[in-house]
Design a protein around this ligand. Structure first.
Ligand SMILES: *[C@@H]1O[C@H](CO)[C@@H](O)[C@H](O)[C@H]1NC(C)=O
Ligand SMILES: *[C@@H]1O[C@H](CO)[C@@H](O)[C@H](O)[C@H]1NC(C)=O
Ligand SMILES: *[C@@H]1O[C@H](CO)[C@@H](O)[C@H](O)[C@H]1NC(C)=O
Ligand SMILES: *[C@@H]1O[C@H](CO)[C@@H](O)[C@H](O)[C@H]1NC(C)=O
Ligand SMILES: *[C@@H]1O[C@H](CO)[C@@H](O)[C@H](O)[C@H]1NC(C)=O
Ligand SMILES: *[C@@H]1O[C@H](CO)[C@@H](O)[C@H](O)[C@H]1NC(C)=O
Ligand SMILES: *[C@@H]1O[C@H](CO)[C@@H](O)[C@H](O)[C@H]1NC(C)=O
Ligand SMILES: *[C@@H]1O[C@H](CO)[C@@H](O)[C@H](O)[C@H]1NC(C)=O
Length: 475
């Protein structure tokens, strides 16, 4: 049984958007005039449930530099045979190590880094990876490789033959450099090696990456021909040919690193794509999205831009400023200091957005008030040291539900109405949760996760130091 996601909501949104109206109300003693487009979303409960079959997005970005984006665990993924619904406890566990890692790397304390240094090579630190995959071509003749793409890590790597340590089982045949005429090792004497390498074996440069969840890859730093599409080929792309790789990447062949760092794909292709890329993550794991490099043809006028910042001078993460949150168009009363310091990181690999407890608690209160007529269910997980989804509902007896709109306000007047798929996380019809969690303390860095980015064209204009949000870019 296939049905378009949020079929009811689209019609409702269309009707509502024809009736943009002004309301004013009293809030904390001030009268605001608010242009309100969407107060709530009425959606069918069946549209919230995971679909067992793949229905690719019909909204295609047909640039020659576009890759299809697939959820690693969804029915469109070639990597898994068993498309079990995701276990939320596992997601929150992974999120926790990823968010902690981002936070530790973004504070001045480097103790976190030292604590993770276990390998015999000095590791180039990185964080645990994302849950969306793309397929690129590598080598001559070209071999297809399915990689996780990640805005929070820099090095692109794949498992290579011969495997010298351990290698995990991947979907694609393992890349064999000896069968590619365009492969070249990077020499130990090269400046690239001193920048990105972490050791030498004879005259060959070695790299080592270790991620926040203790997964790792070690191997040779090399250059290769990387193919995005038949007309989009990048020669001498620097990547890691991994010959000792830990488990933990599913059956993906490796990683595509898109962070703001010298060796990331973004920097290496700066001359070709102008440090500009965008992606759209679909509303559910059973649909598909896209990842596009460059700004051929310009962005649509519906894209709204907020400044990109650096959390720290040498940070590779993409920083943004959240200035407020509204529920049903009404701004929550959150002290401005909560979001002003530090800023937030936007990340493709963190699933659930984590925000300071004071902000989360204001959001939760307003959301629960608007949802007062629905039956609540226990929090997930009941695991004391994890962030918790504590605002969950039983929709099993409903056919449609009306959910309040949530609007994020970012610096420079950018207001983003989240798609319903960015508000709720569904375990099953009797367990549907508000898809936000609190960080440990108000001083912790917030991380804007991939659930909240769903259906938006997320535009990273790294050279222009701005981040764009374009609505309804994929289903
Ligand atoms: C989810 O995964 C955790 C950790 O692997 C496991 O302990 C738990 O039983 C799983 N929960 C469900 C509902 O499958
Ligand atoms: C690689 O993948 C592309 C796109 O998925 C496909 O069109 C092409 O046939 C594949 N090539 C090889 C050599 O498998
Ligand atoms: C492979 O990496 C693991 C984890 O870093 C390490 O314990 C092991 O010694 C390595 N194996 C080889 C052959 O280098
Ligand atoms: C790359 O370096 C490794 C280790 O020194 C070596 O085994 C391999 O043959 C080299 N590959 C090429 C194409 O030079
Ligand atoms: C990673 O390894 C370190 C040292 O062995 C350990 O303290 C830490 O808990 C591990 N982290 C995870 C997420 O497994
Ligand atoms: C690496 O990036 C930094 C700033 O991001 C820059 O100052 C430095 O010159 C870069 N190094 C190389 C070799 O590109
Ligand atoms: C809950 O239901 C009652 C009775 O149908 C209605 O008057 C009220 O407005 C509803 N509350 C919300 C928050 O929707
Ligand atoms: C829904 O998920 C919750 C939490 O994992 C579980 O306790 C419950 O049994 C599930 N309900 C159904 C109907 O599958």
């Amino acid at each position: 049984m296939e049905r378009p996601f949020f079929c009811v909501s689209y019609r409702a949104l269309l009707l509502l958007s024809l009736h943009v109206f002004m309301i004013s109300f009293m809030h904390e003693g001030y009268a605001y005039g608010v242009e309100r487009k969407i107060a709530s979303h009425t959606i069918s409960v069946s549209s919230l449930l995971p679909s067992p079959s793949c229905s690719p997005s019909t909204t295609k970005a047909n640039h020659k530099s576009t890759l299809e984006v697939i959820h690693k665990h969804g029915p469109c993924s070639p990597l898994v045979q068993d498309h079990n619904p995701l276990n939320l406890t596992e997601i929150l566990l992974r999120d926790e190590s990823r968010v902690k890692w981002i936070q530790s790397q973004s504070s001045n304390s480097r103790d976190g880094l030292k604590a993770l240094a276990g390998a015999s090579l000095p590791a180039m630190f990185d964080i645990t990876v994302g849950e969306y995959i793309v397929t690129i071509g590598l080598g001559t003749p070209m071999k297809n490789l399915t990689l996780e793409f990640d805005t929070g890590s820099h090095l692109t790597w794949t498992q290579c033959e011969p495997c010298l340590g351990s290698c995990y089982t991947q979907f694609d045949p393992m890349f064999n450099p000896s069968q590619s005429s365009s492969y070249a090792n990077i020499s130990c004497a090269s400046t690239l090696c001193s920048l990105a390498g972490s050791g030498c074996l004879g005259s060959t440069c070695l790299y080592s990456v270790k991620y926040g969840d203790n997964t790792s890859s070690v191997g040779f730093l090399a250059t290769e021909k990387l193919t995005i599409s038949p007309t989009e080929v990048i020669d001498n792309f620097q990547f890691g040919c991994g010959e000792n790789n830990s488990e933990g990447f599913g059956r993906a062949a490796g990683l595509l690193g898109l962070s703001d760092n010298n060796i990331s794909f973004v920097e290496q292709t700066a001359a070709k794509y102008g440090k500009y890329f965008s992606y759209c993550l679909p509303s559910s794991p059973s649909s598909t999205g896209h990842l596009t490099f460059g700004n051929e043809g310009g962005e649509p006028s519906s894209v709204k831009f907020t400044p990109l910042s650096k959390i720290q001078q040498d940070s590779e993460f993409y920083g943004i400023s959240i200035v407020g949150i509204s529920v049903e168009g009404i701004p929550l009363s959150i002290p401005s200091t909560i979001f002003s310091s530090p800023d937030a990181v936007i990340d493709s690999g963190t699933v659930i957005t984590q925000m300071p407890p004071t902000a989360y608690s204001a959001l939760r209160t307003a959301f629960r008030n608007a949802m007062a007529n629905y039956t609540m269910t226990p929090a997930i997980p009941i695991h004391s040291d994890l962030p918790t989804l504590d605002t969950c509902y039983d929709f099993s007896k409903e056919s449609t539900v009306t959910v309040p709109s949530i609007t994020f306000s970012f610096a420079e007047g950018v207001d983003i109405d989240l798609h319903p798929s960015g508000i709720l996380y569904t375990v099953n019809a009797s367990e549907v949760c508000l898809a936000f969690a609190a960080t440990g303390a108000d001083t912790d860095l917030a991380v804007y996760g991939n659930v909240q980015q769903r259906t938006f064209e997320m535009v990273y204009d790294v050279a222009g130091r701005k981040l764009g949000f374009g609505p309804n870019a994929c289903s």
